[in-house]
Design a protein. Structure first.
Lengths: 305, 265
């Protein structure tokens, strides 16, 4: 299979260095009334899978004023069971209707056969894959099925993992870059997810300095493969003396991740950046404030260049 | 459902099966067994990580179900509702990635719980109506064609067919389901009275609920089967079309009248 070159989505391109926000239900009305200056909006594709209804109408109104990025959480691109053709058809209908600037999902599995049951179950969660050749093979095949149907490249996002898969054969960065090179997809770099994984690895005594580890990982990234950056907040939980950092998208972006974002901009240049907030969603103004901070970081880069 | 044959016997396939089995295991110890984590490591971050996935699954199940069944939740209380969501998640797991589509089996699940049926015998019927209203929210839009309503005045009903709003359906219950649902959206619950037939439909984008008229269920079913207005009226002898028509137009239940003569022409 030849390496596929990423092609641009024709309509409503996200501005190269622009900052967008995850547009969630509590802000549907506020955003349409105030139309704040944002480079793009990102929504969860599955929330608009119906053939009609109010949510889809709201999205179409938003699309009239902003480029829209469709971010999936349910394709399960790493599932050995393959991509659900119905899911893909619904996504294809939505893509045709919304003409998004970006279409993305995650390097994870979501569904499969439960032992002792005949039917496939869908976990509704982003479940981790080993960084192995067989996992790459499955991801590449599924990504290609999706790209062939949508006739456009996907962005595939790195995820936060809370259990360690057996059978790693390479680093996460090597794994993701190989996926992009083989399938022609591009990468959605979630800096918070890298940082969450590094902090959890530090709790397991696998590394000493999470921030340094993420910086090193990002330095190995090929800038031409990165199509978008995600920024979000996370939560520290402690249970019987056991620490775990959970990527709940329920806080402001932490200072360490802002510093890593500045570093990423130095390394990777101008890339669409998204502020995500999914748990205990605050007033729109807080998200816009976070977006303004990301835009200011980008501006500083331009000024010092 | 798959476009790829699942290579069931690879290490990757086994990993995916075991993590799914761990998420669906009834207890945390059984979940750990699925992942074959040695007991000496139970107190490490891996143990806590698995717990994070398992608790996310439970809260996701409750959140997804709550969006579809607000009245069932208010009838049984938050704690019982979460337990019901956990049970449904295990007995009838989601099969698709659009979780808004998960939960159709709740009424059947409720009927499998004799204690719940004994306490709240109307709960399964309430669930059926709520699921219909939830499901219709995302079906295809349809616009009314008011100009077509004039056909009712001068065409033979045997030549007419009716287009109804998306999601139109009737549910007959031995319990006052309409009163129960409406009360739980506003005021305290009423005393249970006689049975009611609920009529649900989507008015514009809004799922709506009304007490059906006598004979309306049979009438609407015949209309939806594509029978002519004349034949549908024949199916519902106690149905009063003249009482039905004005609110049906006003509330967006009747969208369009079609004449077979116009089609023939």
């Amino acid at each position: 299979m030849a390496v596929r070159q990423p092609v641009s989505a024709a309509p409503g391109l996200c501005e190269a260095a622009g900052v967008g926000i995850g547009w969630r239900h509590p802000h549907y009305g506020d955003l349409l009334e105030t139309l704040p200056s944002l480079a793009f909006l990102e929504v969860h594709s599955e929330n608009f899978f119906g053939a009609g209804g109010a949510a889809l109408a709201v999205l179409e109104r938003g699309r009239a004023d902003y480029p829209v990025s469709l971010h999936g959480v349910g394709l399960g691109l790493g599932s050995v069971a393959g991509v659900d053709p119905r899911h893909l058809e619904q996504l294809a209908m939505l893509v045709a209707r919304i003409e998004p600037c970006l279409v993305s999902d995650h390097a994870c599995f979501t569904h499969g056969i439960l032992p002792g049951r005949a039917t496939t179950v869908h976990a509704g969660d982003l479940l981790p894959l080993p960084f192995s050749r067989p996992a790459l093979d499955v991801l590449c095949r599924n990504v290609q099925v999706v790209q062939d149907r949508l006739r456009r490249p996907l962005l595939v996002e790195n995820l936060s993992a809370y259990v360690q898969c057996p059978g790693n054969e390479m680093t996460e960065v090597e794994f993701l870059q190989e996926l992009a090179r083989r399938s022609g997809c591009r990468l959605l770099l979630d800096i918070n997810n890298l940082y969450v994984n590094a902090r959890n690895a530090a709790f397991r005594d696998e590394l000493a300095d999470p921030q340094a580890a993420v910086r090193l990982a990002m330095d190995r990234l090929d800038p031409s493969l990165i199509g978008e950056i995600h920024l979000a907040g996370h939560t520290d939980v402690q249970d019987g003396g056991i620490h775990l950092v959970i990527d709940d998208h329920g806080q402001r972006v932490c200072d360490e991740v802002w510093a890593l974002y500045a570093h990423a901009r130095e390394q990777l240049g101008a890339i669409p950046t998204l502020i995500e907030w999914d748990t205990e969603v605050p007033p729109l103004a807080i998200l816009l404030d976070e977006a303004a901070r990301a835009a200011a970081a980008a501006d500083r880069m331009v000024q010092t260049a | 459902m798959s476009v790829l044959a699942a290579p069931a016997d690879t290490a990757l396939a086994r990993w995916q099966q075991s993590l799914l089995a761990a998420l669906w295991a009834p207890t945390h110890d059984e979940a750990l067994d699925q992942l074959a984590i040695p007991s000496a490591e139970h107190d490490n971050v891996m143990w806590r990580g698995l717990a994070a996935y398992r608790s996310h699954a439970v809260s996701l199940a409750a959140r997804s179900l709550e969006a579809a069944y607000p009245v069932v939740k208010s009838l049984i209380g938050e704690e019982n509702f979460e337990a019901l969501a956990r049970l449904l998640w295990r007995q009838h797991p989601p099969q698709v990635g659009d979780l808004a589509r998960w939960g159709a089996a709740l009424a059947a699940q409720i009927e499998d719980l004799p204690e719940l049926v004994a306490d709240l015998p109307y709960l399964a019927d309430v669930a059926r109506v709520e699921w219909a209203m939830h499901s219709m929210a995302t079906v295809a839009d349809a616009l009314a064609v008011p100009a077509s309503f004039g056909l009712l005045a001068h065409e033979d009903p045997e030549n007419l067919r009716l287009d109804l709003a998306p999601g139109t359906a009737c549910f007959s219950s031995s319990w006052p389901v309409v009163t129960l649902i409406e009360a739980h959206r506003s005021a305290p619950p009423p005393q249970a009275r006689s049975g009611e037939t609920a009529r649900v439909w989507r008015s514009g984008w809004r799922p709506r609920l009304r007490l059906a008229q006598p004979g309306e269920s049979a009438f609407l079913q015949a209309v939806q089967e594509g029978q002519t207005l004349g034949a549908a009226l024949g199916c519902a002898v106690d149905f009063d079309f003249s009482v039905w028509l004005a609110p049906a137009v006003h509330e967006g239940l009747l969208l369009r009248v079609l004449s077979s003569r116009a089609v023939d022409a």
